[in-house]
Design a protein around this ligand. Structure first.
Ligand code: BT5
Length: 270
């Protein structure tokens, strides 16, 4: 059944040239009662990834955090992360970059033809021996969703989106297999249009979360691959066969199906 998620109001935008973390600013607004605000910065000086990992946010990126107060139980929060990944992927594909989603929260440009059915520029320096991390592709965007809620209802949700738009390759973390739209395209993109498209797509998906999973499947790079997921409960390896609402990855371990709801996912080569 279709559910109304309370995202009917348009986003008010708060822009900063430089801020510590748009997620921290969004949390401040959220605890003050705000809803449907998009906090955007050109540069962040104290941004973070999941598990307090460092997130590099030089000038030129799209550092964006959405304050939402959806009428959903806390368990549904992962669907908003998936919706953000779909929105970003669509906006990136529109400007001509072969963006795909890696479960749960990465948008990446897949490595050259490692599946035999897709190619990119053939210049895959990130496959080189100097890499310290193999993410299954070059990371274009990461998403950090944070929330506060009671047992049956979210009180606020902050969806933080870090999209390397017009970031020079040299400003991205070395050895992390990262890329930017500008690095992929060889020219800058219009960040106003990009942000507008991300917000429009996210708003559309957020109105009826039933559409999120089919849209996610369409852009997934993870499905059909052998993966290893580092979950809070230990490492699980298997074939990624599906994703289920609100965001669990279904793995066929060869010994039955396992559903994982959180963790770091590695795409293993065939
Ligand atoms: C994420 O964490 O991917 C979530 C990143 C969320 C950033 C946004 S920006 C707006 C908002 N404000 C914030 O303060 N945060 C959010 P995770 O999956 O843990 O990945 C972190 C890892 O990605 C790091 O350990 C690095 O290896 C790598 N990394 C760091 N900066 C990067 C960048 N700009 N591009 C690609 N990879 C990066």
């Amino acid at each position: 059944p279709a559910v109304a998620y309370g995202l009917d109001a348009p986003f008010a935008v708060e822009f900063h040239d430089s801020v510590g973390s748009t997620n921290d600013r969004a949390r401040e607004l959220a605890t003050g009662g705000a809803a449907n605000v998009a906090v955007i910065a050109d540069e962040q000086t104290a941004s973070r990834g999941r598990l307090d990992r460092e997130w590099r946010s030089p000038s030129g990126g799209v550092w964006l955090s959405l304050v939402l107060r959806p009428d959903v139980p806390p368990a549904h929060a992962p669907a908003f992360t998936l919706a953000a990944a779909v929105a970003v992927t669509r906006a990136c594909r529109e400007v001509g970059v072969d963006a795909r989603i890696k479960w749960p929260n990465d948008v990446l440009v897949p490595h050259t033809n490692d599946r035999g059915d897709e190619g990119d520029d053939g210049d895959d320096a990130s496959d080189g021996a100097g890499d310290t991390v193999d993410r299954g592709g070059r990371k274009l965007c990461g998403i950090l969703t944070e929330m506060e809620g009671e047992a049956d209802r979210v009180s606020w949700l902050v969806v933080g989106i870090g999209l390397n738009a017009n970031v020079d390759a040299g400003d991205l973390p070395a050895g992390a297999d990262a890329t930017s739209l500008a690095a992929e395209l060889g020219h800058d993109v219009d960040r106003r249009i990009l942000v507008q498209r991300v917000l429009e797509e996210f708003h559309e998906l957020g109105r009826d979360l039933d559409g999120v999973i089919p849209a996610w499947r369409e852009h997934a790079d993870t499905l059909g691959r052998r993966v290893r997921v580092d979950t809070p409960g230990g490492i699980v390896e298997g074939d990624a066969v599906d994703v289920e609402f609100p965001g669990a990855l279904v793995l066929d371990t060869g010994n039955g199906e396992v559903r994982v709801t959180a963790g770091d996912c590695e795409h293993l080569r065939p």
